[in-house]
Design a protein around this ligand. Sequence first.
Ligand code: AMP
Ligand code: ZN
Length: 113
Amino acid sequence: MDCVFCKIVKKEIKADIIYEDDRVVAFSDIKPRAPVHVLIIPREHKETLDDMYAHTNDLMGAMFTAVRRIASEKKVDRSGYRVVINCGRDAGQEVSHLHVHLLGGRAMAWPPG
Ligand code: AMP
Ligand code: ZN
C-alpha cells in the first residue's frame, strides 16, 4: 500500500518523530500551521476516524493519551491547544491514514474554515 504515514511508521521515509510506543507514532507536521503542530497516528493503518469501532476504543485512548503527553512535553498544556481530526472529503482530509493534529503555541480562531 502506498501510504506515506505507513512509510513513516516503518521508517522508510524520514520524519521528525517525537514520540512512539507499541500502538502510536507522533511526528512534526511537515507544513506546520502553528508553533506546535504534531500528528499522532496509529501504527496500524486505519483510513479515517470512521474506521474506528468499539473494539478499537483502546487504540483511540492510546492516541489521546499520547496527545496529552506531547502537549505537556511541548509546554502548551497550560496555555491551551487544539486537537483536530479531519475525516473525509468535506473536512479536507488529505492523507488517508487516520491522524490527530495537535496544534498549539498561538491563539486560534473559531469556527475553523
Ligand atoms: P489532513 O489534511 O488532516 O489529512 O492533514 C494531513 C497533514 O499531513 C498535513 O498537515 C500535512 O502537512 C501533513 N503531512 C503530509 N505529509 C507529511 C510528511 N511526510 N511528514 C509530516 N507531515 C506530513
Ligand atoms: Zn497508512
